[in-house]
Design a protein around this ligand. Structure first.
Ligand SMILES: Nc1ncnc2c1ncn2[C@@H]1O[C@H](COP(=O)(O)OP(=O)(O)O)[C@@H](O)[C@H]1O
Ligand SMILES: CC(C)(COP(=O)(O)O)[C@@H](O)C(=O)NCCC(=O)O
Ligand SMILES: [K+]
Length: 249
């Protein structure tokens, strides 16, 4: 079995692939290294051979997680690293190592699936957009605050915006103008994300007309999927790229 991890700024997405049987053994989302170990230890029949991971955390945090996994499960851990070119995609950053590794892997996965121009939108702690043309050239991208950051900034920097998670979830059932603080904030932030998506679509159309594929991924993808019906929703896009960047033998 292979353990795959996508360590974002808020959550660790994990899954275990059954190499022999082929296919998924288990998967989940956790908020700490310890919670990851606990989740995995709950499986009696788990027998991990290898682990590959991508992290946008500090190298100290990533090294600590790697040590924990090696000790707890006796696996060898391979971490995805930056590259200026891979699988037909050319990194567009002036300094290619500065591009977030989750973005890079999603780009590899997206270009592989699209086999042509693509726009990749990732809705996590931050929201990112990346443009890749039909030749595999990364034209660059955008980074803005995601839903958790937007709502927390409002909560932190105002005195009277306070509400709980369950009220937030209920508020997002509609996008009508809010008649309470929670509705006003949650719907307002959600509309910011949706407006962002429409702007990215306009930009992609200005480059490529209708000849491109849109990918949507990340934990908050559900907030925007209905406004781009043609988009391909690929929750495991980063994992697809991870397998390409870190093949295990
Ligand atoms: N099972 C889940 N556990 C935690 N967050 C989730 C889950 N499903 C969706 N989310 C949403 O995903 C968002 C985080 O997205 P994610 O892509 O995991 O971020 P990051 O990669 O930055 O850690 C949260 O704002 C939350 O609303
Ligand atoms: C943009 C990000 C913060 C997104 O992280 P996430 O929301 O997935 O946790 C991450 O890809 C990152 O730290 N990138 C480095 C900066 C850059 O890509 O320019
Ligand atoms: K991410």
């Amino acid at each position: 079995m292979i353990l795959e991890l996508d360590c974002g700024n808020s959550f660790i997405k994990w899954r275990v692939l059954n190499t022999a049987a082929g296919g998924l053994f288990a998967e989940g989302v956790v908020d700490s290294d310890q919670a990851l170990v606990d989740s995995l230890c709950a499986f009696d029949s788990l027998s991990l051979r290898k682990c590959r991971l991508v992290s946008v955390r500090t190298s100290e945090e990533t090294a600590a997680l790697t040590r924990i996994l090696e000790q707890a499960f006796g696996v060898s851990v391979v971490c995805a690293t930056s590259s200026s070119e891979m699988a037909g995609v050319r990194n567009g950053y002036h300094d290619y190592e500065r591009l977030g590794l989750d973005r890079w892997l999603a780009m590899l996965g997206g270009f592989h699936l699209a086999a042509g121009a693509c726009l990749i939108l990732d809705f996590g702690t931050a929201v990112t957009a990346d443009f890749i043309n039909a030749e595999g050239e990364h034209l660059g991208g955008f980074i803005c605050p995601g839903m958790p950051l937007m709502r927390n900034q409002l909560r932190t920097h105002t005195r009277k915006i306070r509400y709980g998670d369950s009220a937030a979830e209920r508020a997002l059932a509609s996008h009508a103008p809010g008649r309470s603080t929670v509705e006003a904030v949650e719907r307002g932030c959600s509309l910011m994300l949706r407006g962002f998506v429409l702007t990215q679509m306009e930009m992609a159309r200005s480059y490529w007309g209708e000849r491109f594929t849109v990918f949507i991924t990340g934990g908050d993808a559900g907030l925007v999927t209905d406004i781009v019906p043609e988009a391909r929703i690929v929750p495991d896009l980063v994992f697809i790229g991870l397998a390409m960047a870190c093949p295990l033998t």
